[in-house]
Design a protein around this ligand. Structure first.
Ligand code: NAD
Length: 419
């Protein structure tokens, strides 16, 4: 096992970044009070009969941070380190993220503190269905729409869709996104996050005059977001020299064969032992000399204690919250160009929005249609964030927050306060 990623408090990070951006915007205090904190927080007990016959009680959460610009939207995470504060942070970031890419959603997130790697498929199904019924009063296609996140996938979404639909008495595919295609999922949703990350890396390379087809890349986390980003970079001619997952890191100075590595990960469940690679430590991966570093695992990966070791020119945050504010300051000082999470990984929620639109219209698009629309949205958002960064002379993260927070602030001002 590689070292666990240290868990700082992600919610503190989300609040600190909000305050920095709000200060830079000179945001009115009343508006700050209205948009900074979650609108609703639900904690639920999820009792599950395990395969051994005993009942295990899990703790689950659903946080709706904002519904100012539209229904709340955000993934569901199954992980042993899920906490209420982590879910609040992830929900907060969803609000600014949806606003950065200008889609008509607010922000939400959910999670269960559990270890899915040590649960059977049947146990996971029973836990998912019970959790769905516990959060049922909050979710729905017009109010709050879950999606996959760490250690949840299209099968998890199918169980949620079925539980919700059975309770209501008719099929309601629009209650979740990231569903299997045969249940109303969208072509291109599975690879949307990685594809969005790839488009923002293209923009950053163009901006910094780094030829992507000669770039070297290290990727931390080889799940949905990380593996697809690696695959697209590999196809574009970049050399992916290192990759890690929760079991270890592999390195090859000549570049890893990413399609083969994806194949091996699907077969064996890990990247360790990949032929023609050598093992390195998690710390070594982050400190590799490369053009692009893609953190695609969990929060708080790069901190005050390891940020100065980073040698990459670009950090593309496929994960949510991989850098804390102390790391941001160090990397800013070193001139590293950071593509912040709420811009970089917004491709997932963007295609989730496309999926929801298709479900509502009962009309489905070609894959190329999805890719073209996604590329337009991501590249427009990148240009808009870069413009704020250049006009206001702030780091990219603060620029992205300013853009997102500004759009939410405008909406709340127009709606005013009820009653
Ligand atoms: P996933 O479950 O598909 O993959 C997670 C990966 O991280 C796995 O390969 C796992 O082995 C690896 N990992 C876990 N702990 C690690 C560690 N300590 N060191 C190295 N690797 C480790 O999850 P995902 O959907 O790819 O999510 C990854 C990140 O991307 C999360 O921060 C998530 O919030 C973010 N994200 C995902 C989506 C999406 O659509 N899936 C969208 C936006 C953002």
């Amino acid at each position: 096992m590689i070292t666990e990623i240290a868990k700082g408090n992600a919610y503190d990070v989300a609040l600190e970044n909000f305050d920095t951006a709000a200060d830079a915007m000179e945001l009115d205090n009343d508006i700050r009070e209205m948009i900074k904190y979650p609108e609703r927080v639900l904690m639920v007990t999820v009792p599950v009969r395990m395969d051994n016959g005993h009942i295990h009680r899990f703790e689950g959460y659903r946080v709706q941070h904002s519904m100012v610009r539209g229904p709340a939207k955000g993934g569901i995470r199954y992980h042993p380190q899920v906490t209420l504060d982590e879910v609040k942070a992830l929900a907060t970031w969803m609000t600014w993220k949806c606003a950065v890419v200008n889609i008509p959603f607010g922000g939400a997130k959910g999670g269960i503190t559990c270890d899915p790697k040590h649960m059977s498929l049947r146990e996971l199904e029973r836990m998912t269905r019970r959790y769905t019924s516990a959060i049922l009063p909050l979710i729905g296609p017009e109010r709050d729409i879950p999606a996959p996140d760490v250690y949840t996938n299209s099968q998890t979404m199918a169980w949620i869709m079925d539980t919700y639909s059975m309770t209501k008495g008719y099929p309601i595919p629009g209650v979740v996104t990231g569903k299997p295609i045969s249940l109303g999922g969208s072509l291109g949703r599975n690879e949307a996050t990685g594809r969005g990350v790839f488009y923002t890396i293209q923009c950053a390379c163009e901006h910094l005059n780094i030829p992507l087809d000669h770039a070297t890349v290290a990727v931390q986390g080889f799940g949905n977001a990380g593996s697809i980003t690696a695959q697209l970079l590999h196809s574009a001619g970049a050399k992916v020299i290192a990759v890690s997952d929760s079991t270890g890191c592999v390195y090859s100075k000549n570049g890893l064969d990413i399609p083969e590595l994806i194949h091996m990960k699907a077969l064996c469940g890990h990247v360790q032992g990949f032929p023609e690679s050598e093992p390195i430590s998690a710390a070594e991966l982050l400190a590799l000399k490369c053009d692009i570093l893609v953190p695609a695992a969990l929060e708080n990966t790069i901190r005050a204690d390891n940020a100065s070791a980073v040698k990459a020119k670009i950090i593309a945050e496929a994960a949510n919250g991989p850098l804390n504010p102390a790391a941001d300051r160090i990397l800013e000082g070193k001139g590293v160009f950071v593509i912040p999470d709420i811009l970089c990984n917004a491709g997932g929620v963007t295609v989730s929005y496309f999926e929801w639109v298709q479900d509502e219209q009962h009309l489905f698009w070609e894959a190329q249609d999805v890719y073209d629309r996604l590329e337009r949205v991501m590249k427009t958002a990148f240009r808009e964030v870069l413009k704020v960064q250049q006009d206001r002379k702030v780091p990219m993260r603060i620029a992205a927050n300013m853009l997102g927070i500004g759009r939410v602030a405008e909406a709340v001002q127009l709606r005013s306060i009820y009653p």
